[in-house]
Design a protein around this ligand. Structure first.
Ligand code: AMP
Length: 582
């Protein structure tokens, strides 16, 4: 078994590329001796693009010509200076993807044009589209964007022999996701996802660096944070101390000859930090992540006692306090027997093999973590966000819903497309707008709205007026300004000399787990089950809670009865009602 579709973890701090080898085992490619390619891009004195470790090395001399943490800017309409060029976040990400593509091509001895790329489960439509755009610029077709915790669960699920429910806690360098998955020997089905795309190990580094900088300012009256040359060095020292404190009780942030005083005396940064102090500093961040854990459990209608395992994913989960807090909170010790930095890329390679037609013994069914809908006016003239696709709907998914023009002479319809859980459109994220104009005067007031969410979580919307058959549609990703050239045409290809590839087999077997299981058995996966059972349970719970007023309870009872014996659209009507009542 072999596949020429790469599995790529495009991370905030590091990125990895993995393939499935002839023996059917996932394999990470190592570039310049490491399977972790720093997600850093820089330009050297000759204006050549550097990616990975060479870019990190160049950063000390030229921080203003170096870009990091670009994943956090994906989806923003911005241009950033990189040497003498202006680049967009997708362009920077595409340079990283190009390096990974070169590594895979060098390993395989032929060109590779397709990839599965992972993204945080909580990434918005714009962030997903920006990732796709980055891949296109790198000359890659994205067969699927896969949510990171889903990919990690796939890596763990391959080899699982039981029906179990897991919670995947994924804290990487820049993003946090939590997913609850139901795993059988052949299918891994996501039940709920939550997260925070602005929470990661980097935030811990910043907390440490700011505390050290405050102490330095008090001693020397020098502001390190506002100095573009010094600040990256302080952050690097903070990260190194943080990593040391995962295995030790004391560490020091040290940068010798960091700067000098006004009289020319050399000044070193040398700041002690204990694990105890670090744990006090990061407590609010960990508690923030636990809110998402409880929200995911709530969305799945589950309690911690319903979980069989808690799995840790992402380098930042190596911090011992995280496992301790999860143990306290969920009542079971979290597990981690696949390298937390590599597990997402391994899952991406498994998904890539699956999409290439290889038998890998497991299939994933993912969900959308956000509700998607349009703004529409209710009878009192207030604009509401009306969800067409509810949070938790399995992918892919299509929904239609009928709306009405306000009166026969209304010739224009302006529709806002939103992502979010609030009834107030202003509290949701606007994904795009459609406009139908020149609608003829007609007594047919109907307006049909169609949503299609593909397996990568990218949305297409169509609106059609019954009067005159007028239509408007958008693939939401088209809202982004698209570069129509690839990296090579833009003269932005990373210099290839840095790629030096070894293949490294991963340590991803259940035999390594603390609770060993026999090897996997491949079987045909069942049809993905729809979320109907969940829906019925949520409705029943709400009725049992007696928190509804009598009219709402009556409506819910009727909708539940219709949905139990009815069609997808009746189940959808129940989902919509639940959305408003919960
Ligand atoms: P990832 O995105 O999964 O590669 O995770 C990268 C993050 O994990 C960075 O913020 C690293 O500083 C952090 N990290 C890596 N190793 C450790 C460790 N031993 N202790 C704490 N954080 C770590």
């Amino acid at each position: 078994m072999s596949t020429a579709v790469m599995g790529i973890d495009l991370g905030t701090t590091h990125s990895e590329v993995a393939l499935i080898n002839e023996q059917g085992e996932p394999m990470l490619l190592s570039i310049n001796g490491s399977v972790l390619l720093p997600s850093v891009v820089s330009v050297d004195a000759e204006n050549r693009i550097l990616v990975g470790q060479p870019a990190v090395n160049n950063e000390l001399a030229a921080p203003q010509k170096t870009l990091r943490w670009i994943k956090r800017r994906m989806g923003e309409q911005i241009s950033l200076p990189l040497g003498n060029r202006l680049v967009t976040p997708p362009m920077v990400s595409s340079m990283i993807l190009s390096s990974l593509k070169q590594a895979a091509e060098q390993h395989l001895g032929h060109e590779v044009h397709q990839a599965v790329i992972t993204v945080p489960a909580f990434f918005s439509d714009a962030q997903r589209s920006a990732t796709q755009q980055a891949a296109e610029l790198a000359g890659l077709e994205v067969l699927r964007l896969v949510n990171e915790p889903t990919a990690a669960a796939m890596a763990y699920a391959r080899g699982n022999q039981r029906d179990e429910r897991w919670l995947v806690y994924d804290l990487g360098g820049g993003t946090f996701d939590v997913s609850i998955v139901d795993c059988s020997p052949s299918v891994m089905e996501v039940r709920a996802s939550h997260g925070d795309t602005a929470l990661g190990g980097h935030d811990i580094d910043l907390l440490i660096a700011r505390a050290a900088a405050a102490d330095f300012a008090a001693q020397h009256d020098i502001q390190l944070e506002s100095d573009p040359l010094l600040w990256p060095q302080v952050i690097a020292a903070a990260e190194a101390a943080k990593i040391r404190l995962s295995g030790a009780n004391q560490a020091r942030l040290r940068v010798e000859y960091l700067t000098q005083s006004s009289d020319g005396t050399p000044l070193h940064l040398d700041w002690p930090l204990s694990r105890e102090t670090l744990e006090i500093m990061v407590a609010p961040l960990i508690e923030r992540s636990l809110l998402s854990v409880h929200e995911a459990l709530r969305q799945a209608n589950l309690r911690a006692s319903d979980l069989a395992r808690v799995l840790l994913v992402g380098g930042a989960t190596r911090m011992p306090r995280i496992a301790q807090r999860l143990h306290e909170e969920l009542g079971m010790p979290p597990q981690q027997w696949i390298d937390p930095d590599q597990v997402v890329a391994i899952g991406a390679a498994i998904e890539a093999a699956l999409l290439s037609g290889d038998q890998v013994g497991i299939q994933a069914v993912d969900i959308t973590p956000h509700s998607l809908g349009i703004d529409a006016m209710n009878s009192t003239g207030t604009l509401h966000m009306v969800p067409l696709i509810p949070r938790g709907a399995p992918l892919p998914c299509s929904m239609n819903r009928l709306f009405h023009r306000v009166h026969e002479a209304q010739s224009t319809i302006d529709v806002g497309v939103y992502q979010g859980e609030s009834r107030d459109p202003h509290a949701c994220l606007e994904l795009g707008r459609l406009r139908l104009s020149d609608i003829p005067d007609d007594e047919d007031l109907s307006v049909l709205c169609r949503f299609h969410l593909d397996r990568s979580g990218i949305l297409a919307v169509e609106v059609e007026s019954g009067a005159g058959g007028k239509r408007a549609n958008i693939q939401i990703e088209r809202k982004l300004a698209r570069e129509n050239k690839n990296l090579a045409e833009l003269g932005l290809l990373p210099s290839p000399s840095q790629v030096n590839v070894d293949a490294q087999l991963t340590n991803a077997n259940w035999e390594d787990a603390s609770d060993p299981e026999p090897s996997p058995v491949a079987s045909e996966p069942p049809e993905p089950s729809c979320a109907a059972d969940d829906l019925f349970m949520r409705a029943q719970n709400l009725l049992d809670s007696r928190s509804l007023d009598p009219d709402d309870a009556e409506d819910l009872l009727q909708a539940l009865a219709a949905a139990r014996s009815g069609t997808t659209s009746q189940r959808q009507a129940l989902a919509d009602l639940l959305y408003f009542l919960e």
